[in-house]
Design a protein around this ligand. Structure first.
Ligand SMILES: NC(=O)c1ccc[n+]([C@@H]2O[C@H](COP(=O)([O-])OP(=O)(O)OC[C@H]3O[C@@H](n4cnc5c(N)ncnc54)[C@H](O)[C@@H]3O)[C@@H](O)[C@H]2O)c1
Length: 428
C-alpha cells in the first residue's frame, strides 16, 4: 500500500511546488541544479565552500559545463547557501559530495557522512533524500538509513531514501545531465516512486532498479568496465611497443568490426575523480567479504604503471639523440586528465612530471585550460605555447590532447615529440 505522505509529495512534485535541495555544488551538483531549476523547481544549493556559494549567488559558475548565462537563466529559481539549517526548506535533497580515496586507497566516505549529518539535522516528515555520490554497494542502507532513522522517522513512511548515480561526463558536447539516462533505486517501493517523480521532469529517461545496492553497483560496473578495458588497451600498447607495431593502427583496424568489439584508446594512464577511484570502492567492499576482485586490481596496476612506461619512452628517445634525461628540458602538453577540460584530479600528468623531475629533467608545461596548479607545495604555471618555446624544448611530451593545441606547428618546430595520445598529425 502506498503511503499518503508519498502521494502528497508526488502531487506537489507534479505541480513543481517543492524546493529541491542540492548538497555539494561541484561538477555533478551544479549541472543537476541547473536542470532541476529549468524543469521548474525552486532549487536551493548547499555547499560548505563559501567561495563557491558567493560566486554562484553572484551569477559566476566555477564549473566549465555550466555557463554564467545558464545561471542567469535560472536566477529566479536558484540560490545557494552555506547554512545547513536552510536544508529544512527543501522537500527533496540530492547529495552530490566527493567520494575520494584515503591514502591507502580505501573509500573515504567522510564527505557522505558529513552531508548525512547535515541532512539529518533538519530531516522532517515528507522529505525525500537521494544520494548521488559514487560509492560502494550498501552505503545508502548502511550509512544514510540508520542515521536518518535515528531521528525517530521511518523510511518509506515518513521520509524517502534513494540512490541515483550521477553519470555526468564533463566536457561531453553531446550528453549532459538531461539526456543521459538516469538509474534510480530506492529503499522501499514508495522511495523509488518519489525519486522517479522527482527526476522525471528534468531527465529524459529514467531507469528504475529494484534496490539501492543495485543502483550503487550499476555505477561501479560502468566505471570498472572502463578501467578494465583501458587497462587492456594500455597493455596492448606495451605489447605493440615490444613488437614494433603501431598500437593505434591495430585498434583502428579492429574497430572496423561492426559487432563484438568496442574501441578504447591507450594513453598516459587514468585520471579524474571517477575511473581511477571508483573501482577501488568495490574492491574494498569485496575484500571485507573475503573476495579479491582480480580484474579491478590488475587493471589498476596496469593503468598506474603507464606514466612510468611513457617516461621511459622519453628517456629512450632522448638517449637515441645522445642526450640524458638529466638536464634535458621537457615541455609537457596538457595536464588536465582528459581533453578540453580543466580538471587535474588524479591526472597522470602529475605522475609524469614527478617522475621526469625525479630523473633530473627540467619540466615545464602548457595547458590552455589549467593556467596554474600546485603539487607537493610547488606551484606550476603554464608556459606559452609558441614556435620559440616548442623549438627550445629538448622534448615535447603530449599528455592531454586538447583540441585547441596546434599540433602542426609542433610537428614543424619540435626537436623530439613523445605522443601518449596519438595526437600528432601524420603529415602537414
Ligand atoms: N566529476 C565527475 O565527472 C563525476 C561523474 C559522475 C559521478 N561523480 C561523483 O559525484 C560525486 C561528486 O563529485 P564532483 O566531481 O561533483 O565533486 P566536486 O569536488 O566537483 O564537488 C563537490 C562539492 O561538494 C562540496 N562539499 C563537500 N563536502 C560537503 C558537505 N559536507 N556539505 C556540502 N557540500 C560539500 C564541495 O565544496 C564541492 O563544491 C562523487 O561521488 C563523484 O564520484 C563525479
Amino acid at each position: 500500500m502506498s503511503s499518503k505522505i508519498a502521494d502528497a509529495l508526488i502531487e506537489r512534485i507534479e505541480r513543481r511546488d517543492i524546493v529541491f535541495g542540492i548538497v555539494g555544488l561541484g561538477y555533478v551538483g551544479l549541472p543537476l541544479a541547473v536542470e532541476l531549476a529549468r524543469a521548474g523547481y525552486r532549487v536551493l544549493g548547499f555547499d560548505v565552500n563559501p567561495r563557491v556559494v558567493s560566486g554562484l549567488n553572484a551569477g559566476r559558475s566555477h564549473v566549465k559545463d555550466v555557463s554564467d548565462e545558464q545561471l542567469r537563466e535560472i536566477a529566479s529559481r536558484f540560490s545557494a547557501t552555506t547554512d545547513a539549517d536552510r536544508l529544512r526548506e527543501a522537500d527533496a535533497i540530492s547529495i552530490c559530495v566527493p567520494t575520494p580515496l584515503s591514502k591507502f586507497k580505501d573509500p573515504d566516505v567522510s564527505y557522505i557522512v558529513a552531508a548525512t549529518e547535515a541532512v539529518k539535522g533538519t530531516l522532517r516528515r515528507g522529505q525525500a533524500i537521494i544520494l548521488e555520490s559514487t560509492t560502494y554497494p550498501g552505503t545508502t542502507r548502511e550509512i544514510l538509513l540508520p542515521a536518518l532513522e535515528s531521528t525517530g522517522l521511518t523510511v518509506g513512511e515518513d521520509f524517502f531514501l534513494a540512490f541515483s548515480p550521477e553519470r555526468v561526463d564533463p566536457g561531453n558536447p553531446t550528453y549532459g545531465t538531461r539526456n543521459t539516462p538516469k538509474v534510480v533505486g530506492g529503499i522501499t517501493h514508495d522511495c523509488i516512486r518519489v525519486a522517479m517523480a522527482l527526476y522525471q521532469p528534468a531527465i529524459e529517461m529514467l531507469v528504475p532498479v529494484s534496490t539501492t545496492e543495485a543502483a550503487e553497483l550499476v555505477k561501479l560496473l560502468e566505471n570498472t568496465f572502463r578501467s578494465v578495458n583501458i587497462g587492456l588497451v594500455n597493455e596492448m600498447a606495451i605489447v605493440c611497443d615490444k613488437l614494433g607495431v603501431n598500437v593505434w593502427e591495430v585498434i583502428e583496424a579492429a574497430a572496423t568490426k561492426p559487432f563484438g568489439f568496442m574501441k578504447f584508446l591507450p594513453g598516459p594512464g587514468l585520471g579524474g575523480h571517477c575511473i581511477p577511484v571508483d573501482p577501488h570502492y568495490l574492491a574494498w567492499k569485496m575484500r571485507g567479504l573475503n573476495y579479491k576482485t582480480r580484474f579491478i586490481d590488475l587493471a589498476g596496476e596496469l593503468n598506474t604503471e603507464m606514466p612510468l612506461f611513457w617516461v621511459r619512452k622519453v628517456s629512450e628517445a632522448l638517449n637515441e639523440q645522445g642526450r640524458a634525461v638529466r638536464g634535458a628540458s621537457v615541455l609537457v602538453l596538457g595536464v588536465a586528465y582528459k581533453r578540453d577540460i580543466d580538471d587535474i584530479r588524479e591526472s597522470p600528468a602529475l605522475d609524469i612530471i614527478r617522475l621526469l623531475e625525479g630523473q633530473g629533467a627540467r619540466v615545464s608545461y602548457h595547458d590552455p585550460h589549467v593556467p596554474v596548479f600546485a603539487e607537493d607545495g610547488h606551484e606550476f604555471r603554464s608556459v606559452p605555447l609558441d614556435p620559440e618555446s616548442v623549438a627550445a624544448a629538448d622534448c615535447i611530451m603530449i599528455v592531454t590532447d586538447h583540441s585547441s593545441i596546434d599540433y602542426h606547428m609542433i610537428r614543424r618546430k619540435a626537436k623530439l615529440v613523445v605522443d601518449t595520445r596519438n595526437a600528432m598529425p601524420k603529415e602537414d
